[in-house]
Ligand binder design. Structure first.
Ligand code: AOF
Ligand code: ZN
Length: 362
């Protein structure tokens, strides 16, 4: 029995992941309706503001749902949000059993969905593929509980740990497949953040260049003195630009950027206070940020304790050079025992490169 539950829940999780990039700051949720051992309907939360997964699954079946079991990756909601509660819809539809991967940490739900279902006499099972569900929705789980964004720090380096040559040339460290993965991240995470040095050196576009329907990330530039050129490539298309600065630049200079359509946040006296910036961004509904360097901002972000996850692409190249930059600058820790500790270390091939993934221990 347990194995059947896992099989259907895995299917629901794979449906859920189709919402990647489109549902933020909502979770990705999938649902599978099963009757007499057969799938009779499937659905997932397709986009923010759109119907929830359970409702989609009910809509997508031509058979009667009465007496069916539904596999859903997150506890059905119990609140009136943009849509009426899914728990209520399941009760009305006559579902007899609800199998859930993980409870919804949203304080508006948090166990109330299960209670509603049980009060209506429905059998509820919680915890099938729970870890996989939490991992899929790690952004949602952090954001809904802390109201600050989940930060993923992405770097690409040569085998000798360099992110550029000693002249600053960095095009390209990693291969095409790895760079495509970065664009997938730009689609999935709501914001993309870089430091002013990266803007000055590389003038990146910071957009998502995948084919098909994509969501463009908000561009966040950390720029203490407001030195971002008004003709930099970041202004080239319509995605929103947020510039985080300090109290140092004058109102007149700030005005130049607001005239350009940017939102300017003043966070800090003479250095941008990243923890404060995260709170501000969270309040504006930004649930996730892809941190794309450079070395100074990466160091500050680690030091401020805002980084949740790290992805490092390692290319089969060596460039050498004592002054060629590495991915994390700053002063660094003094003793090895003070190193930022990573967990859940994983490695996978990425074209000619290797991709190392890890969570940052807090
Ligand atoms: C479900 N099924 O497919 C999703 C759920 O703003 P709303 O009305 O869309 O509600 C968003 C909240 O609903 C979200 O924070 C999370 O708690 C839950 N998401 N619940 O039953 C779904 N996407
Ligand atoms: Zn719902």
């Amino acid at each position: 029995m347990q194995e059947i539950h896992n099989t259907f829940m895995k299917r629901a999780l794979s449906l859920a992941s189709k919402g990647k990039g489109f549902v933020n700051p909502n979770p990705m949720v999938g649902a599978v309706l099963v009757k007499d051992g057969e799938v009779i309907g499937e659905g997932y939360h397709t986009a923010f503001g759109k119907p929830h997964a359970e409702i989609e699954a009910i809509r997508n079946t031509r058979k009667s749902v009465d007496g069916a079991t539904i596999y859903v990756t997150l506890e059905p909601c119990s609140h009136y949000g943009k849509t009426p509660p899914c728990a209520e819809a399941l009760i009305k539809a006559g579902v007899k059993e609800v199998v859930i991967a993980s409870l919804d940490p949203n304080p508006l739900v948090a166990g109330r969905g299960v209670k509603m279902l049980e009060d209506a006499g429905i059998k509820v099972i919680v915890g099938i593929e729970e870890e996989a569900s939490k991992e899929l929705n790690r952004i949602f789980f952090k954001y809904i509980q802390t109201k600050t964004p989940y930060v993923l720090m992405k770097t690409a380096m040569t085998l000798d740990g360099k992110i550029a040559t000693h002249t600053g040339d960095s095009k390209w460290v990693s291969g095409e497949i790895s760079r495509k993965k970065v664009h997938q991240l730009r689609h999935q995470l709501m914001g993309i953040m870089v430091g002013i040095n990266t803007v000055l050196k590389d003038s990146p576009k910071l957009d998502c260049r995948l084919e098909g329907k994509v969501r463009q990330p908000i561009k966040i530039i950390v720029d203490s003195l407001l030195r971002t050129p008004l003709d930099a490539k970041i202004w080239e298309h319509e995605a929103k630009v947020i510039i985080a600065t300090t109290k140092l630049p004058s109102i007149e200079i700030i005005q130049k950027y607001t005239d350009k359509g940017a939102e300017v946040f003043v966070a800090g006296e003479n250095r941008v206070d990243l923890a404060h910036l995260m709170k501000e961004l969270g309040e504006r509904g930004v649930d996730s940020i892809l941190l794309e360097g450079g070395a100074t901002l990466n160091a500050s972000a680690l030091q401020a304790g805002i980084v949740n996850e790290v992805w490092t692409f390692v290319a089969p190249k060596i460039v050498g050079g004592t002054v060629a930059p590495t991915s994390v600058g700053g002063e660094g820790v003094t003793l090895m025992k003070d190193a930022y500790q990573l967990t859940g270390f994983q490695v996978e091939p990425s074209g000619e490169d290797w991709l190392f993934k890890a969570k940052v221990n807090k």
